[in-house]
Ligand binder design. Structure first.
Ligand code: FES
Length: 90
């Protein structure tokens, strides 16, 4: 799946690992945008299993996009993609 707008120049694709699976992304794009573009919008479980966490503000305010990247807790909307990142749920 690729929900990115076609015809836009981007850096070469890189691979990151998300939940143990390889995912294509572009260096420098926000991790949150990269995951959503690949159809991975579920960022974690909330109190209600019927309402999983996903991005909301995309500007570092709501904390709904928290993920672990290379073992560190980060806001995915403010974290740029770097080749080889290992992403897991928070
Ligand atoms: S989506 Fe709100 S802090 Fe990332």
């Amino acid at each position: 799946m690729d929900l990115r707008i076609s015809g836009v120049a981007r850096p070469a694709a890189v691979t990151i690992m998300v939940g143990g699976n390889p995912v294509r992304a572009h260096a420098g794009e926000s991790l949150a945008a990269a995951l959503i573009a690949e159809g991975l919008w579920r960022f974690g479980e909330g109190d209600d299993p019927a309402r999983p966490r996903t991005t909301f503000c995309m500007m570092g305010v709501c904390q709904q996009c928290l993920l672990r990247v290379d073992g560190r807790l980060v806001q995915a909307c403010l974290t740029p993609v770097v080749a080889g990142q290992v992403v897991t749920s928070a």
